[in-house]
Design a protein. Structure first.
Length: 1147
């Protein structure tokens, strides 16, 4: 086993370049003396025992060494690899402290020296050694197959089990080379495409619940271990490409919890509650090894990608490494404190990751079997871990999160993945996505780069027909909604354009108001400056007037009697008296005009009756408009309902016509079936009559007659079954027609109701329109009157303002005149008492006074005008300021409205594009599920074909058996016929032999008797009448020779003949015995010959029956072969249809 690691040389060199002081005792950098003060000022506000953000407490040395939820923060001898330094130095995110500048270089140097110096707690502490091997960041994967990686082809998509709610997803597995994720379901394993999220196949696991899944190293096999808890368990493997189950090992009495297959596919490791580790040979199907090591349940097992090692983890926090080939123990890994729940090998087989319910993830190297990294990954426990091909890791745990880690255990991302435990996680083959399964049965695909949710995979998918129905429904919904969405986009665009127009108008008005405000403020500033400049002039004019008045007073006092002064004073008095009298009626007229204008401006617009009529008319018009809007809104639904009802009625009527046609066809089929059944009955009776005729007198009917009868009976049964089916079809068609008639009646009623409702809605719409027109006609003159009253009131207010200003001006002039009059009166009284001699001086003094007064009045007028202008400018500026503020608010609101409408338009467009994509996807899914239904039918028909092939084998055996029985029956018949022939031959031969023996005996006896008689006669003749000898000779030719002999010789022969008679008696006795034996044999053969024809007939009948059975079995076999060929053709046609239906995703 060759396992190597390379050091992170760049980091190592960099760490060497950092300042490091490890000399004298006094120069040691310690946590207590140097680091803790820095942490207290920078970090302990967030990382203390009470708060401990990120699970990190830095307030004590021990807590700091423990690290946080992201793992260790300080690694002895490796400052750059220690997050406490890299985050404070702003080398990695998140920067620490948050939203604050980087720590000073001096403090960073202290932290770096402390880490490089071995993480001393105090001066007396012993430095920690960096004895853990460095992580090799380079990953060299093994096991990649040649050519394209295996992908499922034409697997069945029909779920084996569909439950009310999904089971928890205890195991996920992802192919190392292809975009395939396997999901553990209920009595099944689901294969999904991890890029387009399509269901690729359903792999049945009828043995129970899958507990552990794994792909083989080359991705061609999927391993599943599971079973029924407390009852049974095993491990199976499927061919990923075909879905065929190719391996089945293990005969457990409890469910298998952990299992994997070696890269060469020759060995499977499995285990579970039984505690034992078992190795199975997949080729021989036999258990090859049993290892008793785990003290409690074995929970997980995993082969290294190169197959050299495999690891197992147990419920007792135990973790072992074993030699893959021998099963010998290689390492015992100690580090976890709770159940080991997951194992994952890095692609190069050099690194093993383990996770546990203690919350930790530990990385182990295989050169020395040491821990190289560990961190607390999940509070409450870590459930699953997996390596990405690029060396990163993903974990899931009981804190309901999925976390992605760098190759050296630094947290990259945390995803809030579930509202319950995350049970299993995997990386995809390209390291771009993460897939999680939770306790609630939810399987989610996440983007590994940003943690965004990409899709959900159904761990409890519905059946094909429901998938198809849903996709078709979505097409209908989307097809209906897309035009509406387009209209919504147009409407949103129009609203956005209007809002932007309003915004620009408000923006323009705001600019004008701001300009006016600036102008008014400028004018106010100018008037304020003018007032400030005129105030000293007023004071000077006032001083000058005072001086002049003093001089005039002195002249008047000195020349009290001066006539000229008195005359001048009298003239001045008359002048101001006239002026006052002139101004007084003008002011009175203006007071009356102001009062009248005020009265006119404060009058109500309309009298109470007219105002009430206007309000009532407005309310009536609004109510009529609302009613009209409601009537108009109700009309499309009523029209659609009427159209739908009319269409439904037409469809029902068409359906009724189709049902009527179907009934007629069914009745005709019934009549045809009746005719065929009658003809078949007649033919069957005729065939039966022929067989009966042939069977009379014990005869055996010809096989063709028996076959004809059987065929006629079978034809009759088929005709009768067809008649029953046709009769049932006719009844069903009649029932269907009655149902269609009822449907037509219901549709007619619905159409009538819809027409009535539409007519009522049209009437209501017309009434609403009429009422609206009436209300608007009533409202118009009242509204016109109100408009005219408003204009008159506005005119009155304008007149009131003008008259008020004119009155104020006139009143000021009157007051000024009154003041002048009072002064002149006083002057005249003074002058009248003085010497007229000073008339000229008094007049001159009065002239100076008048000039000074005029100058002061001019200055005062300037001040009055400037103050009025200032007040007006300030008022206008204030109004403009308020207008600018109001327009700013309006502009802000309109800006928000524009943004909201723009967002609404953008959302509508996105929704439209999403809906279009959804529509395309639904169309794809319809084609997919239609093809899947055909593929399912191929699967069912193929299963039926297998049954048919089994049946064909049975039929072939039956044919062979029938033929063998026929041969035996034929042999038995031949044997019986042979026995009969032999018996007949025995009878014939015995009878013939018996006859021959009887004849021989008789002939011998007769011959001897004749000879004896002839000899006696010849002797007698010779004695009594020798002349008679010739006559005797002529009468008895047998004894001819005797007659030629002399008597003595004859007597001698007669004596010899008598001795021969004794021999003859022996011969006869023997011949009778032989005859009796022959007769017994003949009798026995006769009996056999008598009995054998019946046996021959019986065996002939049996032979005929066996021949018929053999012929029938052969015909059935041939018919089944034809059906089998037709089934194969059907399957091939369905397969070609399916292959032609398989859709492809676009884009």
């Amino acid at each position: 086993m060759k396992i190597g690691f390379i050091f992170r040389s760049a980091l190592a060199l960099f760490s060497l370049a950092l300042p490091f002081t490890s000399g004298a005792q006094d120069n040691k950098v310690t946590y207590q003396d140097h680091v803790l003060p820095i942490l207290e000022s920078k970090c302990l506000n967030c990382h203390n025992p009470d708060e401990a953000k990120g699970g990190l407490d830095l307030s004590t040395f021990g807590a700091t060494m423990t690290g946080g939820s992201g793992g260790e923060v300080a690694i002895a001898g490796d400052p750059l690899g220690s997050r406490i330094f890299s985050l404070m130095a702003h080398r990695e995110e998140p920067y620490m402290p948050p939203q604050k500048p980087k720590a000073p270089d001096a403090e960073l140097k202290v932290i770096s020296d402390w880490i490089a110096g071995g993480l001393l707690e105090t001066k007396n502490s012993k430095a920690k050694k960096a004895d853990k091997p460095k992580l090799d960041m380079t990953v060299t994967v093994t096991g990649k197959p040649e050519g394209p990686p295996p992908m499922p082809e034409n697997l069945v998509l029909q779920p084996e089990v569909v439950t009310e709610r999904p089971n928890s997803v205890g195991s996920l597995a992802h192919s190392p080379w292809a975009p395939i994720v396997a999901v553990a379901g209920q009595k099944q394993v689901l294969l999904y495409h991890s890029e387009d999220f399509d269901l690729l196949g359903v792999l049945p696991y009828p043995e129970g619940f899958p507990e552990t899944l794994a792909f083989s190293a080359n991705g061609s096999l999927l391993i599943c271990g599971g079973g029924r808890a407390g009852k049974s368990g095993n491990v199976v493997a499927w061919d990923v490409k075909t879905g065929e189950r190719v391996i089945e090992v293990g005969k457990e009495f409890d469910s298998v919890l952990g299992a994997d297959i070696s890269p060469d596919h020759k060995q499977v490791v499995l285990g579970g509650p039984g505690k034992n580790i078992k190795l199975w040979d997949t080729v021989a199907g036999e258990q090859t090894n049993l290892i008793k090591k785990h003290p409690d349940w074995m929970l997980c097992a995993a082969y290294s990608p190169d197959g050299v090692l495999f690891a197992t983890g147990g419920r007792n926090a135990d973790l072992y490494i074993w030699e893959g080939g021998t099963g010998f123990e290689f390492y015992t890994m100690k580090g976890h404190t709770a159940a080991v729940t997951g194992l994952a090998w890095r692609g190069d087989s050099n690194l093993l990751a383990s996770c546990s319910l203690d919350g930790q993830v530990i990385l182990w190297e295989m050169t020395e079997g040491k821990e190289v990294k560990k961190w607390n990954a999940h509070g409450g426990g870590t459930q699953s871990v997996d390596f990405a091909p690029d060396g990163r890791l993903v974990t899931g745990g009981r804190d309901k999160t999925v976390k992605i880690w760098t190759a050296d255990g630094q947290q990259q991302r945390a995803i809030n993945a579930s509202d319950d435990y995350v049970m299993s996680v995997v990386f995809t083959q390209d390291s771009k996505r993460v897939i999680s399964g939770d306790y609630n049965g939810k399987v989610t695909v996440w983007n590994a780069e940003d943690g965004a949710k990409l899709a959900e995979l159904d761990s409890n998918p519905p059946t094909i027909d429901k998938q198809l129905a849903y996709s078709q429904q979505r097409i209908t919904e989307l097809t209906t909604n897309l035009p509406k969405m387009e209209e919504a986009i147009k409407a949103a665009g129009a609203k956005l354009a209007d809002s932007r127009t309003n915004f620009e108008a408000t923006k323009k008005a705001a600019g004008e108001a701001a300009a006016k405000k600036a102008a008014m403020e400028k004018q106010a500033a100018e008037m304020d400056a003018k007032i400030k400049a005129a105030t000293p002039q007023q004071q000077q004019a006032q001083q000058s007037l005072t001086q002049k008045q003093q001089a005039a007073k002195q002249q008047a006092d000195a020349l009290a009697a001066a006539t000229q002064a008195q005359t001048a004073a009298k003239t001045d008095l008359d002048k101001w008296t006239a002026e006052f009298k002139k101004q007084e009626p003008v002011v009175a007229q203006l007071v009356a005009a102001v009062a009248a204008a005020k009265t006119d401006s404060e009058k109500p617009l309309l009298d109470a009756a007219t105002q009430k009529a206007l309000t009532d008319a407005t309310n009536a018009r609004n109510a009529a408009a609302t009613a009209k809007q409601q009537a108009d809104g109700a009309m499309p639904a009523k029209q659609k309902a009427q159209q739908d009802a009319t269409a439904a009625l037409a469809a029902a009527q068409k359906s009724q016509g189709d049902a009527q046609t179907a009934l007629a066809a069914a009745q005709k089929a019934q009549q045809d079936a009746q005719g065929k059944a009658t003809a078949a009955d007649t033919a069957a009776k005729a065939a039966a009559a022929k067989v009966a005729e042939a069977s009379k007198n014990g005869g055996q009917p010809a096989p063709e007659l028996v076959l004809a009868k059987q065929q006629a009976d079978q034809a009759l049964q088929q005709a009768q079954a067809a008649l029953v089916a046709a009769t049932n079809a006719a009844k069903q068609s009649e029932a269907a027609l009655n149902g269609k008639k009822q449907a037509v009646a219901a549709a007619q009623t619905a159409a009538n109701n819809a027409n009535q409702q539409l007519a009522a809605a049209q009437t209501a719409q017309a009434d609403a329109l009429k009422k609206l027109q009436t209300a608007e006609a009533t409202l118009k003159p009242l509204a016109d009157k109100e408009t005219a009253a408003k204009q008159a009131q506005a005119n009155a207010k304008a007149l009131f303002a003008a008259k008020t200003a004119e009155h104020q001006k006139a009143a000021a002039a009157l007051a000024a005149a009154k003041g002048q009059l009072d002064g002149a009166t006083k002057k005249f009284a003074d002058a009248d008492g003085k010497v007229k001699g000073i008339q000229t001086a008094k007049t001159a003094a009065d002239t100076e006074v008048q000039k000074a007064t005029a100058a002061l009045a001019a200055v005062n007028q300037t001040l009055t005008d400037s103050r009025a202008t200032l007040a007006n400018a300030q008022k206008e500026a204030q109004a403009a300021t308020q207008q600018v503020a109001a327009l700013a608010k309006t502009q802000e609101a309109q800006q928000k409205e524009v943004e909201a409408l723009a967002k609404a338009e953008s959302d509508a467009k996105k929704a439209f594009e999403t809906a279009k994509a959804d529509l395309d996807n639904s169309k794809y899914l319809v084609r997919k599920w239609e093809a899947a239904a055909v593929n399912l039918e191929v699967h069912h028909q193929t299963a039926a074909l297998g049954d048919m092939e089994v049946k064909l084998d049975d039929m072939a055996e039956k044919v062979a058996s029938a033929e063998e029985e026929h041969k035996k029956a034929a042999a038995a018949l031949a044997e019986a016929e042979k026995t009969l022939a032999n018996a007949k031959k025995t009878v014939n031969d015995g009878t013939q032999t018996l006859a021959q023996k009887t004849t021989s005996v008789l002939e011998t006896v007769l011959k001897l008797a004749s000879t004896k008689a002839s000899a006696d006669l010849r002797v007698d003749a010779a004695v009594s009448d020798p002349a008679a000898a010739p006559a005797t000779k002529a009468d008895m030719p047998v004894a001819e020779a005797l007659g030629e002999k002399p008597r003595e010789e004859l007597e001698k022969e007669l004596v010899a003949l008598k001795s021969r008679l004794n021999d003859l008696e022996g011969f006869i006795q023997k011949s009778y015995q032989e005859a009796n034996a022959t007769r017994a044999t003949v009798t026995q053969a006769t009996q056999v010959a008598s009995a054998t024809p019946a046996l021959v007939a019986e065996r002939s009948k049996v032979e005929d029956a066996k021949e018929a059975e053999a012929r029938k079995a052969l015909e059935e076999k041939q018919a089944h072969e034809a059906a089998l060929a037709a089934q194969k053709k059907k399957i091939e046609e369905l397969r070609q249809k399916y292959l032609g239906m398989i859709p492809k995703r676009e884009g």
